[in-house]
Design a protein around this ligand. Structure first.
Ligand code: Z57
Length: 799
């Protein structure tokens, strides 16, 4: 949009007074943020309204992304950037003596997601709007987002994330679009005399679902999509003679908390309620909107909408859409099923067995009696149809209802026309191993969509120094088309460019060093090698491998404190699910190791260990640009894709990583010589499983370094970790090291040594960094979302 500095200043000052009855000189940061966000909302609101009108009139197909998590982070700068007014506003504020970056801190992170899955959903929202694709989000407006992490005496402590305390300037409550979602009770079918069976209900628990719309503003275009988040409330006509306080609380509680597990399934009733709640509400709204805006009959709905099931949490979409078509719209089963399969598509995000959702039949039956009938009927019909075609073995292994449980992934695959994985390796594993039997029956449904990132946030917003260098070197086209970064390759031998890249990295490192000193009281040298691992704490991600290597460095320095070495700073950020004791033990150990090393005068500047608490999107925006090395060291086959790996690459960090998830595609794009690969391959891992011939105890007994490092966890070398150290020690010796940490240790050390040697040659290092940046274009989620649009949803971009 067009905006002059003068106009902006005028708008801003006027809004400050009208909103807070205060003059600029007296306003605090809170009020300045309130006024600024309100002005920005005003700027995009007419674009939003116009695009809504266009969508209704144009009759174009739209897609809906159903996700139980979204993780947008802060919205202010992203909205400013996408409106094309970031520089104008920065300048205008500066004229008024205000620092935009300071005000931006007032916005709480919107963290209604855990990690990769939720962040991916938000990257997709940004990219869809920015590429002009009509894609809307559908989710839950949790009153409390992902807990705030504090580190107290080395332990993780969880505090509530009360992110709505000062209101949310971006959202619009649309009470007129509220719908009802019902649970429990009894249901029976009665013939309506025309051969159609109509369900009758009694004793249902009714919940009001109220939508809150948040605009997803496209980058320098006229598209504004919608992220619809549902809040549960008590229906206004509830007869309180028959209801009690507990019921009222339960109802309001539904949308109150995000479950804090990442890649782990939690079988609680409230979670199942949340899943049905946003699924039913979302589908109802879609159908209401269809009726209100389209002339076409309901049977044509697959020409106008596509519904995407993000992981299995919204898999009830399949059954609920069937229910709505059959019970509310009186469509026959066969037609309804054809429509449903055409409308639905599904993404699988993990092969970890502990993450696969299975709900007890009894639970589904009592909470969702009508859906239960429908699921049973889907399963029954499919079994009857397929038995003669594919045989009992395949039918059985792929059944939705088995052993008293409802398999949500099976429901999602069977009820949709597309199932995709999130990186090449992952999609191959789905076809060849994890979902092989489904692949045999429905080969045409399987496809890959390698993840991507909203590059504008991770470069233009988070890394201004680098962005400037890029502008000056290859021009500004990369800002709207990340593939343009390829032009950088021809500057690989240009010393001036390499010099500038180094200076930008240094500036980012100084900024992070400042934050580390403020938050942790640790002084780090910005010329040291910054080695970063930031992601959820999970055994399969193997933060321990990193920790063991740090212990090795520590021992070496202690033995020879005056040797000439590369100074290193190891930076961690990670939240553990509150009930995941092993993950919490690892956090405690990292903090105690940090305390030990950082306070040892023998060690000094040669090695520092920093655990930054409360890792979230906005902290990532400071940490990742400052990294020299990104740690992507999951056990091969376990990390479906990873997405922080792409953010590191884009910011010129080199990857040390296994051949897992999207790492493989990153190494291929950047060149294997510009990263550090180590570890077992997925085939080697699967061979170990097949032959069950891994013995971690042998490695402990035979490798003196491993022995010494593990002993440090139980012999007092690392103080204050008696229980936690023991737990880790036992998991790796007695319980045979589920994720092959000890098996990969030597090779990891080798890769770390190669990396360190390379860092000593700053020119070679910066050239490798340049090659990573130049080839990051493929990992823009603009590319990913276009693939979904073309191959799965069949939606077209606005021109
Ligand atoms: C989650 O964050 C992911 C998978 C899950 O099944 C759940 Br539940 C949460 C992650 C994967 O672990 C990452 O490898 C992947 O990059 C991300 O989803 C986005 O696809």
């Amino acid at each position: 949009m067009k905006l002059s500095t003068e106009q902006f200043k005028h708008d801003f000052e006027e809004r400050l007074t009208s909103k807070f009855a205060i003059e600029l000189a007296k306003a605090g940061a809170q009020e300045k943020y309130g006024a600024l966000s309100s002005v920005v909302k005003n700027y995009y609101s007419s674009i939003w309204a116009a695009d809504n009108h266009y969508k209704d009139e144009s009759n174009k197909k739209q897609a809906y992304y159903f996700s139980i998590e979204f993780l947008p982070g802060k919205m202010l700068k992203s909205n400013l950037l996408n409106l094309g007014i970031l520089d104008t506003v920065r300048e205008g504020l500066s004229d008024l003596g205000i620092d935009l970056d300071e005000i931006a801190l007032e916005e709480p992170d919107m963290a209604i997601g855990n990690g990769g899955l939720g962040r991916l959903a938000s990257c997709f929202m940004d990219s869809a709007a920015s590429t002009g694709l009509p894609l809307n989000g559908n989710g839950i407006r949790y009153r409390y987002g992902l807990f705030k992490q504090k580190i107290v005496d080395g332990f993780q402590v969880e505090l509530p994330d009360s992110w709505l305390d000062n209101g949310n300037p971006w959202e619009v409550r649309r009470y007129d679009k509220a719908v009802e979602v019902c649970f429990g009770g009894e249901v029976w079918l009665e013939d309506d005399g025309e051969g159609h069976f109509i369900p009758h209900y009694q004793n249902q628990e009714r919940v009001l679902a109220v939508p809150y719309d948040t605009p997803m503003v496209g980058f320098e275009n006229t598209t504004v999509n919608n992220m619809c988040l549902w809040r549960s409330e008590v229906p206004k006509d509830l007869d309180l003679r028959f209801q009690n306080l507990e019921y009222m609380n339960q109802t309001a509680m539904l949308s109150s908390e995000l479950y804090p597990n990442d890649s782990d399934y939690n079988g609680q009733l409230l979670r199942l309620k949340q899943e049905y709640f946003f699924v039913s509400a979302g589908l109802q709204r879609i159908l209401h909107h269809y009726k209100a805006t389209k002339q076409a009959p309901i049977t044509h709905i697959s020409d106008f909408i596509s519904v995407h099931i993000n992981d299995t949490h919204p898999a009830l979409c399949v059954a609920e859409f069937m229910r709505l078509l059959i019970d509310e719209y009186r469509i026959t089963w066969e037609r309804a099923w054809n429509i449903t399969v055409k409308v639905m598509s599904y993404t699988n995000h993990t092969i970890l067995s502990e993450a696969l959702e299975k709900w007890p039949e009894e639970m589904v039956k009592s909470l969702l009696p009508r859906l239960y009938q429908i699921i049973i009927e889907i399963d029954r019909r499919r079994t009857a149809e397929l038995l003669p075609k594919v045989g009992a073995k395949l039918v059985h292994s792929t059944r939705i209802v088995k052993d008293g449980q409802i398999h949500m992934a099976h429901l999602a695959i069977i009820g949709s026309h597309s199932t995709n994985g999130v990186a090449k390796l992952h999609s191959d594993l789905l076809k060849d191993v994890e979902l092989h039997d489904f692949y045999l029956i429905y080969p045409e449904r399987f496809n890959n969509k390698t993840n991507g990132i909203a590059d504008r946030r991770w470069s233009q917003i988070a890394n201004e120094p680098l962005s400037k260098v890029l502008d000056e070197t290859i021009g500004k086209k990369w800002r709207s088309d990340l593939k343009e970064l390829k032009l950088l390759e021809s500057y690989k031998e240009d010393d001036a460019t390499l010099q500038r890249l180094q200076e930008a990295k240094y500036e980012d490192k100084v900024k992070l060093a400042k934050l580390i000193e403020e938050r942790n009281g640790i002084v780090v040298n910005p010329t040291a090698l910054f080695d970063v691992q930031v992601k959820r704490l999970h055994a399969y991600k193997r933060q321990l491998l990193n920790v063991f290597h740090i212990m090795k460095l520590y021992f070496e320095i202690k033995e020879n404190p005056t040797a000439d070495r590369t100074a290193r700073v190891h930076i961690f950020g990670a939240k553990a699910a509150p009930g995941y004791h092993y993950a919490k033990a690892i956090i405690k150990c990292i903090n105690e190791i940090a305390r030990l090393i950082n306070n040892d005068p023998d060690i000094g500047d040669q090695l520092k260990v920093v655990f930054l608490e409360n890792y979230n999107v906005s902290l990532a925006e400071v940490i990742i640009p400052a990294a020299n090395v990104g740690e992507q060291i999951s056990l091969a086959s376990k990390e479906a894709s990873g997405t922080s790996n792409m953010k590191f690459m884009l910011n010129g960090a080199l990857t040390i990583g296994t051949l897992d998830g999207a790492n493989i595609e990153i190494f291929e794009a950047a060149g294997y010589e510009n990263g550090f690969v180590f570890g077992l391959t997925k085939d080697e891992v699967y061979d170990y499983y097949k032959n069950s011939n891994y013995n971690s105890r042998d490695i402990y007994e035979q490798n003196p370094l491993v022995h010494r490092i593990l002993d440090a966890f139980v012999d007092g070398t690392i103080p204050n970790i008696s229980a936690e150290g023991q737990q880790i020690f036992d998991s790796l010796t007695t319980y045979n090291d589920e994720y092959f940490v000890l098996r990969d240790f030597n090779d990891y050390v080798r890769a770390q040594e190669a990396l360190e040697k390379c860092y000593q040659d700053q020119k070679a290092w910066t050239q490798a960094a340049l090659m990573n940046i130049a080839n990051a274009g493929h990992f823009s989620s603009d590319r990913t979302i276009r693939e979904y649009a073309d191959d799965i949803w069949h939606i077209k971009a606005k021109k």
